[in-house]
Design a protein. Structure first.
Ligand SMILES: Cc1ncc(COP(=O)(O)O)c(C=O)c1O
Length: 417
């Protein structure tokens, strides 16, 4: 947990600091372990009729894009329709500013921070770009990341490497990694005196590995560098409290696990770093409507607020338990299919509601996934080609034990020949 401000002058100054060394290893806090029970907790309370899914669809693909509930769509639709009755209706003094700020208030509460630390964006990528652009890194500065980052959290650093001479150091997370201490040691060993920040995903897109962010933040703080988190796959899937994580910045998507409208996102910038990370679009103010940000999509932003309120009404701890119980059940079921090799961590602190498997080389994953949709109405995701020839399942609040079992049965049947 972040205890007060750390010395911001250490950042950019990259001065030497004492190593956390073994102390860090001994002080790894217990991770929040989710309930591994196999029964769905929520499916009866979150019926499919609340969503617009096509008939018979089994949707285990929230990691790609989440569904909006009917009540979310209703809020967005109503706002949009009202807006079009007089396009300037909410403009300026007519109230858009305060309406949009309602979503910031809800988001801040949900992520455990102050409204003055939350910005509305259009995506995780948009948030990560804002962070990188707001940092004003210079030639010779190093940033430390992993080889598992999604393009949305990496392109911004590649840009500064290409045009400004920033150097990217990457630690390797081997397939099948299941050891938080090993990850932390690798990060610790890779921090140089020129390292300005660590930028990592909270949950890896390819394998669903949940990174030990609180420990990484603590390590970063002990070295006087920043900890930036790409939380695209975490907010809404598991409990995310940015203060407990202790990171300096956290970018996430509204359109995945938060089940908000497509093209929405959130960015947390800790008060401690707001004088260091200064994105152009929020130079004037963190308000959603401001001269640096231009006109925004009010209908979607209000829909996002509604979507988060729904998750709050269920309780994010309960949502996480549900998601993990389904994921752990799927893990067990898929483990018994000889042609699949699970690439995600076993049940425990590094596991998340996403599960990925390697499929045989003879299977072309994209057409395989398309066949599953066409033939079985099962929607999952092929993993990105840069990682491995695999498939990925995402378990969220609306999914049921029955659906997870269905997916496992389909996989078994399609792979047994
Ligand atoms: C880890 C990670 N980061 C970033 C993104 C991009 O998210 P967005 O489309 O909201 O920018 C994704 C999308 O899958 C992701 O998995």
């Amino acid at each position: 947990m972040k205890s007060g401000k750390y010395n911001r002058r250490k950042f950019l100054g990259a001065i030497s600091v004492s190593t956390a060394g073994g102390i860090l290893i001994n002080t790894i806090a217990p991770f929040s372990t989710a309930n591994a029970q196999t029964n769905s907790l929520l499916s009866d309370q979150d019926p499919k009729s609340e969503y617009l899914f096509a008939d018979g669809l089994t949707y285990l693909n929230t990691g790609t894009l989440g569904p909006c509930r009917r009540d979310t769509i209703e809020v967005s639709k109503k706002t949009w329709e009202e807006l079009e009755s007089l396009p300037v209706k909410f403009y300026g003094k007519f109230g858009a500013e305060s309406l949009a700020e309602k979503t910031r208030t809800i988001a801040a509460r949900f992520l455990g921070c102050d409204i003055g630390e939350i910005l509305i964006t259009t995506s995780t990528t948009n948030g990560m770009n804002a962070i990188a652009q707001g940092l004003r890194l210079k030639s010779g500065d190093h940033i430390l990341t992993t080889d598992q980052e999604h393009g949305g959290g990496l392109l911004c650093w590649n840009y500064f490497a290409k045009y400004y001479g920033v150097i990217i150091d990457m630690i390797i997370i081997p397939p099948g990694e299941n050891n938080a201490e090993a990850i932390l040691n690798r990060i610790k060993d890779s921090i140089k005196k020129e390292t300005k920040l660590i930028s990592v995903s909270h949950i890896f897109s390819a394998t669903g590995l949940r990174m030990p962010i609180a420990e990484i933040s603590s390590l970063a703080r002990s070295k006087g560098i920043l900890c930036i988190v790409d939380g695209a796959q975490a907010a809404g899937a598991i409990k995310v409290n940015v203060k407990e994580l202790g990171c300096d910045a956290y970018a996430t998507s509204g359109h995945k696990w938060l089940m908000g409208p497509k093209g929405t996102g959130l960015l947390y910038l800790s008060k401690d770093v707001q004088n260091i990370i200064k994105p152009i679009q929020f130079e004037e103010s963190y308000d959603t409507y401001n001269d640096g940000n231009g006109v925004v999509n009010l209908a979607c932003i209000l829909g996002l607020g509604k979507a988060i309120e729904y998750l709050e009404s269920v309780g994010i701890t309960k949502v996480e338990e549900h998601n993990m119980s389904l994921r752990n059940r799927l893990y067990e079921r898929l483990s018994s299919i000889p042609k699949l090799k699970i690439m995600s961590p076993t049940a425990g602190p590094l596991a998340s509601p996403m599960l990925a498997c390697l499929v045989p080389d003879s299977i072309e994953r994209t057409s395989f996934v398309r066949m599953l949709l066409d033939k079985h109405k099962l929607s999952i995701r092929p993993t990105h080609k840069q990682w491995f020839n695999g498939i990925r399942f995402s378990c969220h609040i609306f999914n049921t034990v029955k659906e997870v079992d269905f997916a496992a049965n389909v996989l078994q049947k399609e792979l047994e020949t």
